[in-house]
Every structure is written in structure tokens, then in C-alpha cells.
Design a protein around this ligand. Structure first.
Ligand SMILES: *Cc1c(COP(=O)(O)O)cnc(C)c1O
Length: 403
């Protein structure tokens, strides 16, 4: 079978480069303590930043949603799949995001991946130019590839380079798209100058706040609240499977933009609506995020972030500058990084092992993610474990240099 052989050869090639990815099967609910492949682990790789995936009220709301609306939606939103639960969630999200977006309306999507495709392709037709930040998430990259307009990538946080591109642009419509919190680096886009540029050059600014929604801002509204931004150029995408603990995503923007998406966005139109029970559960997530409990969970998370970043004392490796729950430690080579991640796993710590093509070659990293579900002790112990491994690698390297 030459067809299979060709695939097998490429898989072997990936294996030699230490680029084969393996899944671990989790047997229990997705909290800080996971049992994966029969081993008890403390998870430092989840995006469940507030610990809402196992929150009793959210779980109960999901059960209630299933008894009210059944297991599935049965159809796409434009046919008969748009339930009362979806409508209530969109209304709630629009009200929640209203301080940041003029005439806000919200649209619920099955996934953030689809929301990015939908927004980018719907706003960037043939007559548009799309400007995409170099470190954007894969779902944005794929959306940009699908867009009919011309596309350009601007260097990471280099808004002067973007301005040059915007100045030279002759396309009648312009769309700029960026992650807010860069998912593999943890740093935050400088949205105020970026938005000013978009307003000056009459461009849409699509902001993917997958790692900011629920976490950033005093009320958890994410990166727009964090910076205090408001503009009708803004098209905001927040995901609901990370800090919100359930699943799906939403776009919040001026009501005219949302109406345009409902009419034109293929990733919205041509897919079965997500289970209404998810939307019903998300109403409870949003209540928690926006209330006192959300504020307390964010305060605990922020304390853990400081504990971790101040507690590391690295000789060999580099902690990336990040004030968010994404705290990457750059190791470098793929094999070395897998070795370290494997060692941490043996000690009971499950940390994300991120390799190319997700990040640039030579910058393989441990992607430590912190959550309000972690205790002080758990974070302290992880910090010590990473410090010890770094120390051992440092000593090993000194010996290698002597020899
Ligand atoms: C996770 C993520 C997405 C995709 O969202 P899903 O709901 O998981 O499909 C999009 N953008 C960024 C930056 C992400 O981290």
C-alpha cells in the first residue's frame, strides 16, 4: 500500500525529530487533580483558569439545561436549532460586554476555532486586506488563509511596521487581527496604540481574547476592560471553554457586525448549533465570573501567578515575561524539553510540552498554566521542582563543558 507507506514514512520522520504527539486519557472531572492513564497528576496544563469546569453550580446548570432542552440542538441556528438558552446567553453576553462595545450584540459559536474563521472570512471579502499578527493562534491563521482578500503578516507587536503596511494599502477595506494574550508566550498585545492605529486607518480590529475573557479586568470582561477600551472598530472574540469552564465561544461587536455575521459567516450558518444545555450552563458561568466569587477567584489566581514567577530561580532556562496565567519556561530543543516534561510527570506534575510548529524551532517550552483551582502549596512545589531540574541541567552542562 504505497499510500499508507507514504504516511508511515512521514510519521517516522516526525518521531525522529521528537515531534510525535501522544494523548493521555483523563478519567475524572477536569480539575487541578487529574487521573490520566492511571496516574494521579496535578494539572498545570489546563486552560480552566478559574476552576469553573468542575464548579458544582455550573455542573448542575448543565444537568438542568439537558433536562430543559434535551441533549442536542437538532439543527443549525438559521433552521430550528436556535434555542431559548442560546438567545438568553447571547443577551447576557451582550449586556456583560456593553461597557466596552457600543451597541453591543453577541453571537454564540460552537468553538473559538469556528468563531475566528467566521469573523475573519465574513469581514475580509475580496476587496479587503487582512493584517495578521505574527504570533496569532492557529485558528486565526486558518481563518486568514480562508479569507478572500489579500493577506499580510506583521511582526510580533511591531505596530510601526503595521502602520507602514496600512499606509501602503490600497484595498478599500482593512481588517487587523490579533491575539490579546499570546497563547504560547503569555504576554499581552498593546491594544491601546493598536486600536488607535485601526481607528486612524479605518480598519476593523478583531481581538481574540481566548486567554483573557473571565481572567483579565476587574469584572472579568477580559482585555478590553483591562485596558479600558471602547470603540465601534472592535470585534471581540472570547472563548467559553477556557476560563468559563464549559465550551464554545462568542463574538461581541456592534449590532450591525453581528447581523452581518448571521447573514454571511459560513462557519456560523453551516453547522449544527451547540447543545442548548451548554448555553444554559454558561449563564451560570457568566454569573460567577461577573460576581464576587469571580473576583475572588481572579485574586487567588493573580497571587499564584506572582508566587510562581517570583519563586523561579533559573540558571539554564528562561521564564518568559508574562503577567498572565500562561507562564512559559523556554527550554530550547525538543528532546531536552520532552525529557524535562517527562521528569515532571514522573513527579506528578502535568505541564504542557510545546514544540514546533506550535512555536518556533529551538524554542520548545514548558507551558505552565495556573488556575484558581490550584492551592498555594501545589504552586510552590511545582516551582521548587522546576528549580531543581534547572539546577541539575546547569550542573550537567558545566560538567560537559569541562569534559
Ligand atoms: C483555544 C484558542 C482558540 C480556540 O478556541 P476553542 O474554543 O478551543 O476552539 C482560539 N484562539 C486562541 C488564542 C486560543 O487559545
Amino acid at each position: 500500500m504505497p499510500l499508507l507507506q507514504a504516511l508511515q514514512d512521514e510519521l517516522s520522520e516526525l518521531d525522529q525529530q521528537h515531534l510525535i504527539r501522544r494523548r493521555r486519557t483523563v478519567d475524572n472531572a477536569h480539575g487541578a487533580n487529574l487521573c490520566a492513564d492511571g496516574k494521579d497528576l496535578i494539572a498545570f496544563c489546563s486552560n480552566d483558569y478559574l476552576g469553573l469546569a468542575t464548579h458544582p453550580q455550573v455542573v448542575q446548570a448543565l444537568q438542568k439545561g439537558a433536562s430543559l432542552y434535551g441533549a442536542g440542538s437538532g439543527a443549525s441556528h438559521l433552521i430550528s436549532g436556535h434555542s431559548r438558552a442560546h438567545a438568553q446567553l447571547e443577551q447576557r453576553l451582550a449586556e456583560f460586554m456593553a461597557p466596552d462595545i457600543a451597541n453591543a450584540r453577541a453571537l454564540y459559536f460552537c468553538t473559538g476555532y469556528m468563531a475566528n474563521q467566521a469573523v475573519i472570512t465574513a469581514l475580509a471579502g475580496k476587496d479587503a486586506a487582512v493584517f495578521s499578527e505574527a504570533l496569532n493562534h492557529a485558528s486565526i491563521i486558518d481563518g486568514v488563509r480562508l479569507a478572500r482578500g489579500t493577506t499580510k503578516v506583521f511582526p510580533h507587536k511591531d505596530y510601526a511596521a503595521l502602520e507602514t503596511m496600512l499606509k501602503e494599502c490600497t484595498a478599500p477595506k482593512r481588517v487587523v487581527v490579533t491575539d490579546s494574550v499570546f497563547s504560547m508566550d503569555g504576554n499581552i498585545a498593546d491594544l491601546p496604540p493598536l486600536l488607535a492605529l485601526c481607528e486612524q486607518y479605518d480598519a476593523w480590529l478583531i481581538v481574540d481574547d481566548a486567554h483573557g475573557f473571565g481572567v483579565l479586568g476587574e469584572h472579568g470582561r477580559g482585555v478590553l476592560e483591562h485596558f479600558g477600551l471602547q470603540s465601534s472598530n472592535l470585534v471581540y472574540m472570547g472563548t467559553l471553554g477556557k476560563a468559563a469552564g464549559v465550551g464554545g465561544a462568542f463574538v461581541a461587536a456592534h449590532e450591525t457586525v453581528i447581523e452581518w455575521l448571521i447573514q454571511k459567516a459560513r462557519a456560523y450558518i453551516y453547522t449544527t448549533a451547540a447543545a442548548p444545555a451548554l448555553a444554559h450552563a454558561l449563564l451560570t458561568s457568566i454569573d460567577i465570573i461577573s460576581g464576587n466569587e469571580g473576583r475572588e477567584r481572579r485574586a487567588h489566581l493573580n497571587k499564584l501567578i506572582k508566587m510562581f514567577s517570583h519563586g523561579l530561580n533559573l540558571q539554564m532556562w528562561e521564564l518568559m515575561p508574562s503577567v498572565t496565567a500562561v507562564q512559559p519556561v523556554v527550554i530550547g530543543g525538543n528532546a531536552a524539553m520532552l525529557n524535562i516534561a517527562g521528569n515532571l510527570l514522573d513527579q506528578g506534575y502535568w505541564v504542557g510540552a510545546i514544540r514546533p510548529p506550535t512555536v518556533a524551532p529551538g524554542t520548545a517550552r514548558l507551558r505552565v498554566t495556573l488556575s484558581a483551582a490550584h492551592s498555594d502549596l501545589q504552586v510552590h512545589q511545582l516551582t521548587q521542582a522546576i528549580n531543581r531540574l534547572d539546577q541539575m541541567s546547569h550542573v550537567a552542562q558545566c560538567f560537559a563543558e569541562v569534559a
